[in-house]
Design a protein around this ligand. Structure first.
Ligand SMILES: *[C@@H]1O[C@H](CO)[C@@H](O)[C@H](O)[C@H]1NC(C)=O
Length: 404
């Protein structure tokens, strides 16, 4: 909580700087930094719904929806899209940048019935039938469980609510990682997805450039040591981030420094030209939205092992859990859904080398698109000033070809 406050306060400083130029916009930004996606969507004149899906292991997940109730002159059933956010983020990611740049609005304007998921542990999915987020048992999950339980629960819920036989899926970063887990471990879900758009796809991490992930990775095979650094339950909630962010990682400009204390940018980096400084308060108001330490540790293990593998508990527990001393790799060859990979050169997490390797192993990759802007980085896929021009227009075109 304390961390969140600091982050929001930092946001205020940016706003104070900018208020002279455009007061109305800035009041909106201030408000939106606090509002939940359901309310933000309504505020900008779109219909908004809140839904809950229950996983088979009893987590309660909140979905935000822009239903197809606006009369845009469309006939017949509307295509359905499920959007899944990245690490430390939430459904807010798809609406924060406003109606012109938020993918949820853009899809809605194009006639889609838009659903935004929230993974267990984030701001909107912190409930469970019996476990409380204040206990360790609540946080015993990684993106493996998000892919194995959360995504299927949300996909089934959306299909049941809309009556659509199949839906589109769009994932950003960890929203793609979880998708690989779902479609490789539970192959029947391949048949429920029309096509998948992977923004900054993450599976292999061997070429990661993120200084924070690299700093953490050496410890991730010694679980006791790493949880001492990261905390046992929720990831970095207790001011530890400031210790970590402290020295080497940050450059010494004022704006960079402030962003630097936000874990999202520490992990992903940022690119000034495509990040609109006026919108910082929005981003820092909504991220980090919560993740388990195990989620980060699991990414660290993938980096270390040079494989896309299940969680490594150490050889004794691995033998009990998996029947093998080392954790099994995900079987990417089981993925059958048509996959479109969208990636960029300056991405610290989803590097071209690792994306190429992924593209070779998933047999159903039908499109691979490298953003033609050298500086484009990880968070640019959701927050960039020109994200519509570089990515979303293209995605819309691809998706429309499946809707005939
Ligand atoms: C930056 O964001 C503000 C507030 O939403 C907006 O008014 C402005 O046009 C944006 N600038 C660019 C370059 O997109």
């Amino acid at each position: 909580m304390e961390n969140h406050l600091i982050v929001i306060l930092l946001g205020y400083f940016f706003v104070c700087d900018a208020t002279n130029t455009n007061e109305r916009t800035d009041q909106n930004i201030l408000d939106d930094a606090y509002l939940d996606p359901f309310t933000i969507i309504k505020k900008y004149g779109y219909p908004s719904e809140l839904h809950r899906a229950y996983t088979t292991d009893m987590y309660v997940l909140e979905l935000h929806r822009i239903p197809p109730t606006r009369d845009l002159g469309f006939q017949g059933p509307r295509p359905v899209a499920l959007l899944m956010h990245g690490l430390l983020s939430s459904s807010a990611e798809w609406v924060l940048m406003g109606p012109d740049k938020g993918l949820a609005y853009i899809l809605s304007d194009a006639g889609y019935d838009v659903w935004m998921g929230n993974a267990r542990g984030n701001t909107y999915s912190r409930r469970h039938a019996s476990l409380k987020p204040s206990t360790s048992d609540f946080w015993k999950f990684t993106w493996h469980e998000i892919g194995y339980y959360d995504l299927p629960a949300m996909v089934d819920y959306v299909i049941k609510e809309t009556g659509a036989p199949k839906i589109h899926y769009i994932g950003f970063s960890q929203g793609t990682t979880a998708f690989w887990v779902m479609t490789s471990m539970r192959p029947e879900y391949n048949d429920k997805i029309i096509a998948m758009q992977a923004l900054a796809p993450v599976a292999y991490l061997s070429h990661v450039k993120s200084p924070l992930l690299k700093a953490i990775a050496p410890f991730t095979n010694s679980l006791e040591r790493i949880v001492k650094i990261l905390g046992v339950n929720e990831f970095l909630t207790n001011g530890k981030i400031n210790e970590l962010a402290g020295q080497k990682i940050c450059i010494e400009e004022a704006i960079t420094q402030s962003l630097c204390t936000n874990i999202l940018f520490l992990i992903c980096g940022y690119h000034e030209e495509q990040l609109n400084a006026t919108t910082f308060p929005l981003i820092v108001g909504h991220t980090p939205a919560g993740a388990s330490s195990k989620q980060i540790i699991h990414f660290g293990q993938v980096y270390n092992s040079d494989k896309f593998v299940q969680f490594d508990y150490g050889w004794i527990k691995n033998k009990i859990t998996y029947g093998t001393f080392s954790p099994p790799a995900y079987d990417l060859s089981a993925i059958r859904t048509p996959i479109f990979l969208h990636y960029s050169d300056n991405d610290w997490l989803s590097t071209p080398e690792d994306v190429n390797r992924l593209a070779k192993e998933i047999k159903s990759v039908v499109g691979k698109y490298r953003v033609p802007l050298a500086e484009f980085n990880h968070v640019d896929f959701v927050f960039a000033i020109d994200v519509k021009k570089y990515i979303y227009d293209r995605i819309l075109k691809i998706m429309s070809q499946f809707n005939v």
